[in-house]
Design a protein around this ligand. Structure first.
Ligand code: NAP
Ligand code: MG
Length: 475
């Protein structure tokens, strides 16, 4: 792990393996942080905040973030390969999206420190100056999942560092490697020791970090179950909180849509990253007049999908992250078949060459109460349902605990924007899916979480306004 600018072992010497999901083989051993390590990391972050990092002028914070962007860019090939090996993401994706995306995040956030202005408040009291300062929230715990390790690390770190916070980051146990390499680049960029600390470990490490009394804010991305638990603890400890949780997002194709674009975009929306995305377009609703055409378009496209090892440049869809996720997704597919839905695509074959591969899969004849229609599967499994009119499809779309993303495919601007306003979701995609940019806020409502990441709201979630009152009564 990486504490106060150095790689260190766990105080109690514990380690765990990180595995290549394309082969099921061990890559290396990583330190497993326990209570003593969590405490040293939080202490290092506090000292950096009260010391050299806290004293840096805003323009210097921006300069360091810019240097970090350059260093990530200069090491892009190595980071892409590490990310692909550790997380099973196709090298084509890590090269074209995850790593350039991380560069863009740091570059975007490098512009923020010098723009964080307080306000002068026009108060009623005479001879009084009242103003606000924008101060960092403090020491922040960031807990990450395995599906976009480097990219998510960059947007969480970028916002926190732009705001002037210091960070203790816990990557997912399945994907610790790019965060550790990034910690080295952070030192190389010139950030003071302790500004960013990386604690490798499992859920127990995450839990110890959440419980630490000197953590001011928790930013968590992961499952709704763990999010609820962290939310309850943050409430009891009165810690600031942002939660980015799961989804079961509705993707709606109206009769007048450009069907080629809708099929291609819906395919990417669910099967991109092998379905392991919180914003995955996992519930498809298609107007009955074009339902068969859309389903056969998706099934045809899926039949030619190249599923294979992450480092093969031809691979479109890599393996799932772990044997556990593989079994979990398989169980959902078997449950769908057993409950009477019709499966298109292969019933998942046994793991290929030790890797955790599942081909794109689609269900029709789905009833709203089936588990495949209600639960977040986090794999390449789509459920498709026909609808007749807009009110009906809005009802279907809302029949879920989640509210992360929603999408609409149509050529009718009125219907598009009416639905964009009506759909209860944090993000709406019109004639596209999974578009993203560091400047565009991202997050969900209902069981998909609270707060926003990226963009101005993302930076503001790491800031605490302080109100300063001054009497100007002449002496
Ligand atoms: P998870 O358990 O919620 O893990 C997310 C992060 O939280 C990991 O770093 C995890 O450490 C840590 N963690 C686990 N238990 C914790 C606790 N009690 N206190 C503090 N931190 C804790 O998610 P998962 O097990 O990786 O995946 C399970 C399901 O979550 C998926 O199937 C999917 O449905 C959902 N998921 C959603 C997202 C998303 O982007 N919203 C991402 C990933 C997964 P460990 O890695 O060591 O467990
Ligand atoms: Mg791994």
């Amino acid at each position: 792990m990486h504490i106060n600018g150095d790689f260190v072992r766990a105080a109690d010497g514990r380690t765990f393996e990180t595995v290549d999901p394309s082969t099921g083989e061990r890559i290396t051993e990583v330190a497993h942080a326990g209570a003593a390590d969590v405490d040293s990391a939080v202490r290092a972050a506090r000292l950096a905040l009260e010391g050299p990092w806290g004293a840096l002028p805003a323009i210097e914070r921006g300069r360091l973030l810019g240097r970090l962007a350059d260093l990530v860019e200069a090491n892009a090939g190595e980071l892409a390969e590490l990310e692909s090996r550790d997380g099973g993401k196709p090298i084509s994706a890590t090269t074209s999206m995850d790593v350039p995306g991380a560069v863009a995040q740091f570059r975007y956030f490098s512009g923020w420190p010098t723009k964080l202005e307080g306000r002068t408040i026009p108060v009623a009291m005479p001879d009084t100056l009242c103003y606000t300062r924008q101060e960092p929230v403090g020491v922040v715990a960031q807990i990450l999942p395995w599906n976009f390790p480097l990219l998510m690390t960059s947007w969480k770190l970028g916002a926190a560092l732009a705001a002037g916070c210091t960070v203790v980051l816990k990557p997912a146990e399945q994907t610790p490697l790019t965060a550790l390499r990034l910690a080295e680049l952070i030192v190389e960029a010139g950030f003071p020791p302790g500004t960013v600390n990386v604690l490798t470990g499992d859920g127990e490490t995450g839990s110890l970090l959440v419980d630490h009394p000197d953590v001011d804010k928790i930013a968590f991305t992961g499952s709704t179950a763990v999010g609820r638990e962290i939310g309850a603890k943050a409430g009891a400890g009165l810690k600031r909180l942002t939660l980015e949780l799961g989804g079961k997002s509705p993707n709606i194709i109206l009769a007048d849509a450009d069907l080629d674009a809708a099929i291609a975009g819906s395919y990417q929306g669910i099967y991109g990253n092998s379905g392991q995305a919180c914003y995955a377009a996992s519930r498809l609703f298609v107007h009955h007049s074009v339902f068969d055409e859309v389903v056969s378009g998706l099934v045809d496209r899926a039949s030619t999908a190249v599923v294979g090892p992450a480092l093969d440049p031809a691979t479109e869809h890599g393996p799932l992250i772990s044997a556990e996720q593989y079994q979990r997704v398989r169980a959902f597919v078997e449950d769908g078949v057993a409950s009477g839905a019709t499966l298109h695509g292969d019933v998942p074959p046994p793991a290929l060459d030790g890797g955790y591969y599942i081909r794109p899969t689609l269900f029709i004849d789905v009833k709203p109460d089936m588990r495949i229609a209600r639960e977040e599967i986090f794999g390449p499994v789509l459920v498709a349902t026909p609808f007749d009119d807009l009110s009906e499809v809005v009802e279907y779309a809302h029949d879920t605990d989640y509210g992360l993303a929603a999408g609409v495919w149509t050529r009718n601007l009125g219907n598009a924007h009416t639905l964009a306003a009506r759909l209860r979701a944090g993000v709406v995609y019109l004639n596209t899916w999974s578009a993203g940019d560091p400047a565009a806020p991202f997050g969900g409502v209902k069981a998909s979480g609270s707060g926003r990441e990226m963009g101005q709201p993302g930076v503001e979630s790491y800031l605490e306004p302080k109100t300063v009152w001054t009497s100007l009564t002449p002496a």
